[in-house]
Design a protein around this ligand. Structure first.
Ligand SMILES: [Fe+2]
Ligand SMILES: [Fe+2]
Length: 191
């Protein structure tokens, strides 16, 4: 059936592929000095940030608590720590323009942090989830993640702990504020 709900691992892996694609384009544009390349790099950095924040907060609120309960507390904790590090990098990147040399440095840091994190999730955590969580449950979680991403924040908030309760407490105000700012500035509106 074409409209069958994807399971949570399919949803998250699809997000990872989209992020990797944007990273690839950003790398290809590194050092390009035309005005067009510069604005494309800014646009891609904004879009990758929006996608990573929505994806990460959805994992923290809906997925990692299941991992903690059913797979391993350590794996969930490790993943939250990697999110916190990447979120610091995203916050630095957000303040930089693409012609600033620090932009490339922060971007390179972000790419290596996220590629490593994706390897951990896909190589270990997701495989472990498949072993202990049944297919129906994974599909239900997939639907919840897709719905949640539509209302999740779109900007890094490194001062908010990467745990479900503080994320949810800060969530509605942060999401609304992020989305109003995005609308006011046209950020991320090209997709
Ligand atoms: Fe992920
Ligand atoms: Fe993650």
């Amino acid at each position: 059936m074409a409209d069958e709900q994807r399971d949570v691992i399919e949803v998250l892996e699809q997000d990872h592929r989209e992020v990797e694609e944007m990273f690839g384009e950003l790398e290809a544009l590194r050092g390009a000095s035309t005005e067009e390349a510069r604005s494309r790099r800014k646009e891609l950095a904004d879009r990758v940030t929006i996608e990573l924040v929505r994806h990460s907060v959805a994992e923290e609120v809906l997925v990692y608590p299941e991992v903690e309960k059913k797979v391993s507390k350590e794996e969930a904790e490790h993943a939250r720590e990697e999110h916190a590090e990447a979120e610091e990098t995203l916050a630095k990147l957000e303040k930089l323009e693409p012609d600033d040399p620090a932009f490339d440095d922060e971007l390179a840091t972000l790419m290596s942090e996220i590629r490593h994190h994706i390897d951990d999730e896909e190589g270990e955590m997701f495989a472990h989830m498949r072993q202990v969580i049944d297919a129906d449950e994974l599909r239900r979680l997939g639907g919840r993640v897709e719905a949640f991403k539509k209302v999740a924040p779109t900007r890094p908030h490194p001062n908010v702990p990467n745990e479900p309760v503080p994320r949810m407490a800060a969530g509605p105000a942060a999401s609304l504020f992020d989305r109003m700012r995005d609308l006011a500035t046209g950020r991320g509106s090209s997709d």
